[in-house]
Design a protein around this ligand. Sequence first.
Ligand code: 7RM
Length: 655
Amino acid sequence: MSNTIDHLLDEDRRFPPSADFAANANGTAELYERAKADREGFWADQARELLHWHTPFTQVLDWSNPPFAKWFDDGELSVAYNCLDRHVEAGNGDRVAILFEGEPGDERRITYAELTTEVKKAANALQSLGIGHGDRVAIYLPMIPEAAIAMLACARIGAIHSVVFGGFSADSLRSRVDDAAARLVVTADGGYRKGKVSPLKPAVDQALADRGTGAQETVEHVLVVRRGGNDIEWTEGRDLWWHEALDAASDEHEATPFPAENPLYILYTSGTTGKPKGVVHSSGGYLTQAAFTNKYSLDIHPESDVFWCTADIGWVTGHTYVVYGPLALGATQVMYEGTPETPHPGRWWEIIQKYGVTILYTAPTAIRSFMKQGRQIPQQFDLSSLRLLGSVGEPINPEAWIWYRDVIGSGRTPIVDTWWQTETGATMVAPMPGVTDAKPGSAQVPLPGILVDVVDEQGATVDNGNGGLLVVTAPWPSMLRGVWGDPERFKETYWAKFAAQGYYFAGDGARKDEDGEIWLLGRVDDVMNVSGHRLSTTEIESALVAHESVAEAAVVGATDETTGKAVVAFVIVKESYLAAHSPEGLAGDLRGWVSGQIGPIARPRDIYIVSELPKTRSGKIMRRLLRDVADGHEVGDTTTLADTAVMSVISAQVK
Ligand code: 7RM
């Protein structure tokens, strides 16, 4: 038996970019050639072209102590200056940086000049609270401009931010504050979600409540942004209003340059076991790849585009494609506080129409939930400003890709499916819009200057047509620099599996097609062995979503006496189908459909029609929990679920 992953689904639709798009795109085929000829020289050119260096670097990559990389090590830069002041100095101070739309419908248009001033004041306010170089600051805010301002203020003074998603509990916040020994927490009274104020400050109070260790000891102050107008508890001496602190601060603040390897932030990823890992990113290499991918893969033209990345600031996507990338380029972007369905299911499309959004970057989970509601909702709005669509976070099934292009992109926009991770810092594998002929469902090719491969368990490259493990074979500028406080865990988690080859192992399965292009197959932990065949969940899910009745699907391997594992599918049926069809009839149809589409080996033993799937707060399906249900086990740890109640709903529906 081989240890590669079987291939089931063929997808041969191709979408070349229009001549017009190709003619105006930032990316060119020549970038790949330049990178191939001299990879390090290529990244050095990008760092020089895209960023301002207070002290130019002479060294590019130092890989003398792997896996601890240094990029542009003797250079100095200010991340905040690159994202703010230099645009003002270049005469673009009046350009809008952030078009903020609050959930209740309030608006703020913040220019680069205004954003720069706010960050200067915030930097002064932080310094007056004694925060300086190397100190850790926890940021626990809703999706409001102050989140970006707080992050950039930290960057400006060399403090390290640790953004904690506003939907996380007091316990999650406490463990992150503890691990990083943060001295300051920036929060808000609350933020708007689903038409109500969702409070934040009480969770901070709880996280810092007396325990005699950790957070309560290290945190000296809590800065509170007023957003929801809630009544909140106040700890005199510790708590301060953000607006009062900024009003009292000077709006003059010189951006200090720091060495390229100065840590910029820590971002905790939950991982599957144990305590969250604090992924550490540094400055020069990170900002280079953030700006590079925004410019070439998301094709941002700062003078004319209105960019909208829908990710929350609490995820890495919000760091790289809301804060650092777009602002480093001097782009204009939309920031939306609330949920997509508030106060009506067309809210996102209304925002695109209102602001003339040209580039939309979102997650497959969002696309599939819009598919479930039906195309008549987006079709009520004028989406003709859109010229490019992006996808990130999970494999995008070919049918969801086609729907995205047809319904949201009016059948003409290129789609970039961007594969990357918190650990990689920025996109690694994605088509280059304007260059690559797009294949629905495939992330396709590594970016210029990025080297990846698909290998078997021994680290040998698989042939085209086969599946295996996705690895990165050479260091890249925005790679994580470590796990906060735990170098052993860094080595063990990411570098131990292919230590002999020196590869970074990402945890994902992938397949190389006949052209050598890459199709992501999901986490390798989710691969199942059915009668000796190693099947990925992704392809069976894609086949299910390709059926006209299915909006979303999650597939798991359940224990089976005869086949080892059996395919069990949980599907969400489109609203228009639910009324007209019986669940039994549909389940039978879908079993036959999967068999016909990709072969009898993948035919699901059981199909459960459910109303929801268990997802993390960033929208990723937690198959582990569905495996528990399929095996009739007690459902495991649900603390990272967006909605902890869904598992009881699903368990009841399965019974
Ligand atoms: C950016 C982000 C990382 C994991 C990664 C994959 C999955 C992300 C894609 C994807 C298929 C994609 N960071 N993933 N993008 N799978 N195609 N385009 O999501 O750290 O939160 O997650 O997400 O499994 O390892 S993350």
